[in-house]
Design a protein around this ligand. Structure first.
Ligand code: ADP
Ligand code: MG
Length: 334
């Protein structure tokens, strides 16, 4: 039996069918992500696990116990939200001690746990400050400390980094992973950002419109999308119809095919390596995406996008002819 089991979870808000028969197992110690566009039901599933929402039907098991109807405070689950929801009139230390005092723990134990948590989120020296005097990133570290100070069985994080700027976000991603490991937590993390999910997760569950479209480790999710939605959401895939694939490769295809932009080989001399399909194309457009150049290329009357590492020596100009090659194993049938 898995550590957390969602069994046939349905959730309606009025007529809005938000979760549609979710079955999901989460193993102890894993860092698991719910990834998907806004409005697809990620927060709702997380809130059902925390007990902040009731499911319409189905069962939730945590550590062999049916918690479907258990009070939130008895579930031993910590939660961190996008909006830090700290108590503004309490210092950092008081924010962290609040829940422990409610549990009537001895003062020395509270002191120790607060100190440990502050160390863990690297906020030493900020203990007596009020939230308003901290930056967004620091406030989110306090919220994270508050999530772990109760020593929860499971830590839930609902888009905790979405309001934080790009550079700080990277360092918080690392902190969260480290804390997860150090405390041996089981964590469920919600994000709409595919890159964030790739960096952080042991397992990604791709959500779409109230169902889990695909689950797997980041490499499998990235390289083996099973549906058009998965290929469209992750990895910037080219999605080509069978007719287009026939023009491109000269052979028959059954359904849509997904091709990652970085799997095309480009050259200005004929390609002699053993790639399956060799074609000629014309550069239609070019955009710079950081360290990658993305080319739009017309190949056998089909437009494709191909990525190349940004090295000035291998730059093509708009209108250039280019040799294009593609391996069969990089054509993922959907
Ligand atoms: P996500 O977190 O993936 O963005 P949510 O789980 O927040 O999506 O929302 C899923 C759907 O449920 C949306 O259509 C949203 O409008 C609806 N919804 C969420 N919370 C409530 C609520 N408290 N009352 C009514 N509808 C809600
Ligand atoms: Mg949400």
């Amino acid at each position: 039996m898995a550590y957390i089991e969602f069994q046939n979870i349905d959730k309606f808000y009025g007529k809005n069918h938000v979760l549609k028969g979710i079955n999901l197992n989460i193993e102890k110690g894993d860092f698991v992500t719910l990834l998907g566009p806004s409005g697809c039901g990620k927060s709702t599933l997380l809130r059902c696990l925390a007990g902040l929402e009731q499911t319409s039907s189905g069962k939730i098991i945590l550590d062999k116990e049916d918690i479907t109807h258990k009070d939130p405070k008895d579930r031993n689950i910590g939660m961190v939200f996008q909006h830090y929801s700290l108590f503004p009139n309490m210092t950092v230390k008081e924010n962290l001690a609040f829940g422990l005092k409610l549990q009537k723990l001895p003062a020395a134990e509270i002191e120790k746990r607060v100190k440990d948590s502050i160390e863990m989120v690297e906020l030493i020296g900020k203990e007596d400050e009020y939230p308003a005097s901290l930056s967004g990133g620091q406030q989110q570290r306090v919220a994270l400390a508050r999530g772990i100070v109760m020593r929860p069985k499971v830590l839930l994080l609902d888009e905790p980094l979405s309001a934080i700027d790009a550079k700080l976000r990277k360092s918080l991603q690392t902190s969260i992973r480290e804390i997860h490991k150090e405390l041996g937590l089981t964590s469920v993390f919600v994000t709409h950002d595919q890159d964030e999910a790739m960096v952080m997760s042991d397992v990604i569950n791709l959500f779409h419109d109230g169902v889990i479209e695909q689950s797997g480790n980041p490499v499998d999710i990235y390289t083996k999308p099973e549906t058009s939605f998965a290929a469209g959401f992750i990895g910037n895939y080219n999605i080509l119809k069978p007719e287009e694939m026939k023009k491109l490769t000269g052979k028959e295809w059954q359904g849509d095919v997904a091709i990652r932009p970085e799997t095309f080989l480009l050259s200005n001399t004929p390609i002699t390596s053993g790639e399956s399909y060799k074609m000629q194309g014309v550069i239609l457009d070019r955009v710079t995406r950081g360290n990658v150049l993305r080319y739009k290329i017309l190949v056998n009357d089909v437009e494709v996008q191909a990525d190349l590492l940004f090295r000035s020596a291998s730059m093509y100009q708009i209108g250039d002819s280019v040799q294009v090659a593609l391996a069969n194993h990089n054509c993922v049938c959907l």
